[in-house]
Design a protein around this ligand. Structure first.
Ligand SMILES: *Cc1c(COP(=O)(O)O)cnc(C)c1O
Length: 378
């Protein structure tokens, strides 16, 4: 029997019309999927370059699975670290322009492990107001004082830095913010670091593979690689796999693997996933057509919506929660999966559709989405 307080809480969520449910979505080809009722074109995935489907990735995953099976059988510090893991870490360090990298079971755990390890009682962590939930949770789990600065507001951050006397200071930001697609002011952050001397962490989840000459992300595009102490990342978005990492110096990596509990007490990545991620990184380096077609779709959609193209996450601000939900539902019926984003994920009154583009979208998919949006807008 379900405890009464769970039923009460469920009723509360339901009364707020915030009850979420899982919906089975099965893949077909490219961005075309199947829900339980009908076919959909996915405008909600993080597979920006389509590499989860690439033939070289499929081959790498299946060959490794045949060779070595599935699970890795232990945490990395016990028996779960292989030469394949080591090679992927070196690929990631090479991509990110750092000395080394440490794999993590997920991007979520990368932030939680890093921030909770850094955030001692003598530490202040300065965090952008719109940082990802995994950064917020890492801050909460730490013993540090947390100062939240207004979204991308460097004057506010500088005020907070000026008046803070903590021995150790950490500034953490998403490179590309997950709900708006906004870019962080990385050059300004690097300048502030010169004046105030803090540890700088950037999260490249939505930035890797999309920005920078080598696809290393906005840190590369901004030319501030040297200024960033920890580049957090995920393998689950542009790299099309699963898992997280922290790219950093060799000594910081050693410190991290001794201190980050989210790393120490969790099983390492399966080697088929590791091999698939390595293949995807090779494809990223060798085939520029994926990122090119992604940006073609971004330009196409943003032109139609009359907004500047800033990246593959394109928010369509609707305002009222009920309007956003209705619009998303009518798009679903028309064959487009575009989620509505509402509080607590975004502030009241700024409910939106969050369109995510991919190299796997055809130009016609985007045209049809634009037509459906125009037909259904409140
Ligand atoms: C998705 C995301 C994560 C979490 O990565 P996972 O590998 O999916 O756990 C962390 N940070 C940001 C900014 C993200 O968007």
């Amino acid at each position: 029997m379900v405890m009464k307080w769970i039923e009460d809480d469920l009723r509360l969520i339901d009364a707020q019309q915030r009850l979420r449910a899982l919906n089975p979505i099965d893949r077909r080809v490219g961005m075309s999927v199947h829900s339980q009722t009908h076919a959909l074109c996915l405008f909600s995935s993080n597979d920006y370059l389509g590499l989860s489907q690439h033939q070289a990735v499929r081959d790498a995953v299946s060959q490794e699975a045949q060779r070595n099976g599935q699970g890795i059988r232990g945490a990395a510090l016990i028996c779960g670290h292989s030469s394949a893991h080591e090679a992927l870490e070196s690929d990631l360090a090479h991509l990110k322009g750092t000395e080394n990298a440490l794999l993590m079971p997920t991007g979520y755990q990368a932030n939680v492990g890093l921030l909770s390890a850094l955030g001692t009682e003598e530490t202040t962590i300065f965090s952008d107001a719109l940082n990802h939930a995994s950064i917020i949770d890492g801050c909460r789990l730490s013993k540090a004082k947390i100062r939240v600065y207004r979204h991308r507001d460097m004057t506010h951050l500088e005020d907070l830095l000026r008046t803070d006397t903590a021995k150790r200071r950490v500034v953490v930001t998403d490179e590309v913010f997950s709900m708006d697609g906004h870019r962080a002011p990385l050059v300004e952050l690097a300048k502030l670091k010169e004046s105030y001397g803090f540890i700088l962490i950037t999260d490249s989840a939505h930035s890797t593979g999309v920005f920078g000459t080598h696809g290393a992300g906005l840190v590369e595009a901004a030319g501030i690689t040297e200024a960033v102490d920890f580049q957090v990342g995920t393998l689950s978005k542009s790299i099309g796999a699963q898992g997280g990492f922290v790219a950093t110096s060799t000594s910081a990596r050693t410190w991290l693997l001794n201190r980050a509990r989210a790393f120490i007490f969790s099983t390492a990545l399966p080697t088929p996933t590791v091999s698939g991620a390595r293949a995807a990184i090779r494809v990223m380096a060798e085939e520029s057509e994926h990122v090119e077609s992604l940006w073609n779709r971004v330009t196409q959609l943003c032109k139609a919506l009359r907004i500047p193209p800033s990246g593959p996450i394109v928010p369509v601000i609707v305002g009222r929660e009920s309007d956003a939900m209705t619009l998303s539902a009518s798009l679903w019926r028309s064959g487009f999966h575009v989620p509505a984003i509402r509080p607590p994920t975004v502030p009241d009154g700024t409910c939106r559709l969050r369109i995510a583009l991919s190299a796997l979208h055809q130009s016609a998919d985007v045209d049809q989405l634009i037509a459906a949006l125009n037909d259904n807008r409140p």
